[in-house]
Design a protein around this ligand. Sequence first.
Ligand SMILES: [Zn+2]
Ligand SMILES: [Zn+2]
Length: 191
Amino acid sequence: MHRCGVDPGAIDAVFLTHFHGDHTLGLPPFVLYRVFVDQRPLTLVGPEGIEERMEALFEVSWGPDWKLVMRPRFNVTYQTAQPAGSAAGYMYQSIKLDHGTSGSNGYRIKIDGRIIAYSGDTEPTSPLDELVDGADIAIVEATGPGDVFSHMSWEAASELRQRHPKTRFLFNHLYAGTVDGAVTDLQVVEV
Ligand SMILES: [Zn+2]
Ligand SMILES: [Zn+2]
């Protein structure tokens, strides 16, 4: 985060789409920072069970030290995502997307009068169109070419972009090896 010019202490809300490891296991180092370096309030928004799942992850990460030493210093509020709500002063909507057995929460977050849509993981089904419809920016997964089980292919991503020409799309969640250099830090790949 520091390398990208982002202050990890200034983040006041994190929206979790679902609990798969590739979307949650980056949290412990960030939480470590918020426990020992910067204790400003933090809201974690996510699907039903967010508190239990996150607390379990942090206990796995630090064992008994989590509850004894770290949890009392962690200035967190857990919030189960609602169809429409607000977190840390940001208005949001959440839309259930098709992904795996438990689905993924897509979010539309209003920031400075603009709508940012974020998908996490999803198949290219109608709730995804609902999520990005009219958004200024859409950050959406595009996993790889061809058959990408439970995710969106580059072909479907391209069609999605064509159906929503006024929205600026940023595609992420590329599988390593799908294109040479595609997962080099911060490299932008046109699809
Ligand atoms: Zn997933
Ligand atoms: Zn994923």
